[in-house]
Design a protein around this ligand. Structure first.
Ligand code: SF4
Length: 341
């Protein structure tokens, strides 16, 4: 059954500096009382919409960089509204054994770490708060406390190329988080990245390349047993208005999965599915429909199994090179049709 997470946004709360791609427009409050009152307001609004929530999440800031007193107030606020199960996102520079023990003691079951990249040069250029080794240490610290670990990575960052993205995927794989989220980097107005883009210093990735990298990472993570729980940015109007450059597509995740299925079918494998999932096999805009001809085995109750599909793909010899090439080929074709843009 789906876990219903009540999201509470504490934008930039605790962040020690601004990463170059992060928008400052969303700053809502800095003082402890502003942060707590804004959090409470959001909880009340969400509870008015629905009383059915399983968990509360503090997102959008660096939770463990907040002063201890404020963290304790935010835990107490959630508990006061009946939430015993919590999660938060935070920055790797503020993850310690002490604050993870504190989190576990307050009902935090999942911590989401903003990894973004594990290439030191990319981290430096993007003004991230710590280096790759420190980030890896933070991921391992979360795991030591038996808290579920979610790693958020980006693609298309300032200074990133395929090689550095691939190294990031490898390093994240070596830590084995429970979940991964993959976000394409877009250029938001009022960010340092916007000035870098205006001056020509930063060139954002075309949609096809973004999709190819997302599909590549999806296949490697899923094949290794790591759930990819999100690919692509949230479809929020307020955020879309802020995008100056960078390929934003609301169906990035569906398109990346479509590419994985296309590669699998291209290897000659069949898909075993219940009839009701045929459209999932056909993929985004029916991209795989033709390839599916004669390749679908209908079986009652059989669900699409992206993990099994990705595992089969990695059985190919020199699979990384193969996936990179195939993902690039299908991504180009997928965005090539005017319907798919
Ligand atoms: S990316 Fe994360 S750590 Fe960097 S400024 Fe934004 S919220 Fe803070």
């Amino acid at each position: 059954m789906k876990n219903r997470i009540l999201p509470v946004f504490i934008p930039f709360a605790g962040c020690r500096q601004r990463c170059v791609y992060c928008s400052q427009n969303s700053i809502t409050g800095h003082t402890s009382s502003e942060i707590v009152s804004s959090a409470e307001q959001q909880i009340k609004e969400n509870l008015e919409i629905s009383g059915n929530w399983d968990e509360l999440a503090y997102y959008g800031g660096s939770f463990t960089c907040l002063p201890e007193k404020l963290r304790l107030k935010l835990y107490a606020l959630a508990h006061g509204y009946g939430f015993e199960k919590l999660r938060f996102s935070t920055s790797p520079d503020c993850v310690t054994d002490e604050n993870m023990a504190e989190a576990a003691a307050h009902g935090v079951e999942t911590v989401e770490i903003g990894v973004q990249s594990l290439d030191d040069e990319v981290l430096r250029l993007n003004k991230r708060p710590c280096c790759a080794a420190e980030t890896i240490d933070a991921l391992k610290t979360v795991k030591r406390h038996a808290i579920r670990l979610s790693a958020q990575i980006m693609t298309g960052m300032y200074g990133e190329n395929f090689h550095s993205f691939d190294a990031t995927v490898d390093a994240v794989l070596s830590v084995k988080p429970d979940y991964v989220r993959i976000y394409p980097c877009v250029v938001l107005k009022d960010t340092e990245l916007y000035s870098l883009w205006q001056s020509g210093e930063h060139i954002s990735l075309p949609l096809a390349e973004t999709l190819a990298r997302c599909a590549y990472a999806l296949i490697l993570f899923e094949a290794d047993g790591i759930d990819v729980i999100r690919i692509g940015l949230q479809d929020a109007e307020s955020m879309k208005e802020q995008i100056a450059a960078g390929e934003y597509h609301p169906a990035t995740g569906d398109m990346a999965k479509t590419i994985a299925v296309a590669i699998y079918l291209g290897l000659g494998h069949n898909l075993v599915l219940d009839k009701k999932y045929i459209n999932t096999a056909y993929g985004y805009n029916g991209y795989n429909r033709e390839t599916c001809e004669g390749r679908l085995e209908i079986k009652d109750g059989a669900k699409p199994d992206i993990r099994a599909i990705c595992k089969r793909i990695t059985e190919v010899e020199s699979y990384k090179r193969y996936i990179q090439r195939q993902a690039a080929f299908h991504a180009e074709r997928l965005v090539g049709s005017p319907d798919n843009r």
